[in-house]
Design a protein around this ligand. Structure first.
Ligand SMILES: [Zn+2]
Length: 376
């Protein structure tokens, strides 16, 4: 009341000055907001980021040296894949790197389905996992060999919803230990080469017809891979699950949205699938940006980069290549600048996410799923 009467008592000139002052103050405030709302190039190094999907199967320090320089904490993932080293050897590398870079690296263990038909497979697998957790593993990776390679004694593909896995997932859910699942492949893998949406898939499957599922209808379909994964999640609703590579739903942010709505304990990493988001942003920029904003708590940054024992790649080159990928992804997520990539035909534009969303994608979501990251 008193303020109102003071205002009324001001002369006409006084009122004008007051209004101008108010406009200036509010303009300054909104300027400050815009300044703080987005990230700059300098924030790339300033922000304490996490790359949640790497494979460092070597003792050489080059990759981790760059991670330290670029302010990345790294999750290196053991995988039951034919990478030339066993999962036990991969664990030794992870333990070595963790000791060398205790403030910047953690790892996921994995298990093999060799001996699946033996009576003691489950017991041996559980023992191996427990031993890994004692050594510092903070989660478990399951790979596409389940669903696409391994077969049971009846010559049927072992799928991820096989009841034999249930005690493992129950145990992990109960202990709140996350599972990262690379199950299935990009949908492109089941399409003819000329219908594939990104050039890297075209090149890869042209060079590797043995993995191009379009040519192998005897293998489980794309839909069967996704359905088996979903049935597994239906059985284990409390499991903390990270769908690697955008949960193999990379081709459609609409499908990802449905997945997030149906499975509230699931998140996804973006490893090696950024180009699929870039292609979708090229077709409908606003839709992709809105998707990121709506599901900002569910998407985690990852690249699938790494290093391996016996690699002849010059460490300087390795660092350059890795740094380039990290910076290109940062540009896409934080700026609205036009961009080019050999993987995508034609120009596309960065989605310039608000700082708050960028912080979640680059570390807060990972810290929520893996609280151990909060300690480093
Ligand atoms: Zn990977």
């Amino acid at each position: 009341m008193k303020n109102k009467s003071n205002y009324l008592y001001l002369s006409k000139g006084g009122r004008f000055v007051l209004i101008v002052l108010l406009i200036v103050v509010s303009a300054c405030a909104s300027n400050k907001n815009t300044k703080e709302e987005f990230c700059s190039n300098a924030d790339f190094v300033k922000m304490k980021k996490i790359d949640i999907h790497c494979h460092i199967n070597t003792k050489r320090p080059a990759f981790m040296e760059l991670a330290v320089k670029d302010n990345f904490r790294i999750l290196t993932i053991n995988t039951d894949a034919p990478v030339g080293v066993t999962i036990e050897e991969q664990q030794d590398f992870a333990n070595f790197q963790q000791e060398a870079f205790p403030d910047n690296l953690r790892y996921l263990t994995s298990f093999s389905v060799k001996g699946w038909n033996e009576d003691d497979w489950l017991e041996k697998t559980m023992d191996y996992l427990d031993e890994s957790f004692k050594k510092g593993a903070i989660g478990v990776k399951v790979w596409k060999n389940i669903g696409m390679v391994e077969k049971d004694k009846d010559d049927k593909f072992i799928m991820i919803d096989d009841p034999k896995f249930d005690p493992i997932f129950d145990y992990l859910a109960q202990k709140s230990i996350p599972v990262c699942g690379h199950l299935g492949e990009p949908k492109n893998c089941w399409l003819p080469l000329d219908e594939m949406t990104v050039n890297n898939d075209k090149t890869y499957f042209k060079d590797h017809p043995e993995y191009h599922m379009f040519l192998h209808p005897e293998y489980p379909s794309y839909e069967e891979q996704i359905a088996a994964r979903n049935r597994m999640l239906d059985k284990h609703p409390n499991l903390k699950f990270i769908g690697a590579h955008l949960g193999s739903l990379e081709w459609s942010v609409d499908e990802l949205a449905k997945f997030f709505d149906k499975y509230p304990n699931a998140s996804v990493d973006m490893a090696a699938r950024m180009c699929h988001l870039e292609v979708q942003a090229q077709a409908n920029w606003q839709k992709v940006r809105d998707f990121f904003v709506k599901y900002q708590d569910r998407i985690i940054y990852g690249t699938d980069q790494g290093d391996y024992e016996g690699s002849e790649e010059d460490p300087v080159k390795l660092k350059e290549k890795t740094d380039e990928q990290w910076k290109s992804d940062w540009k896409f997520l934080t700026t609205g600048e036009p961009m080019l990539s050999w993987k995508v035909n034609g120009e596309f534009k960065g989605i310039k996410l608000p700082r708050e969303v960028v912080e979640k994608i680059y570390h807060k979501n990972a810290e929520k799923v893996f609280p151990e990251f909060k300690k480093i």
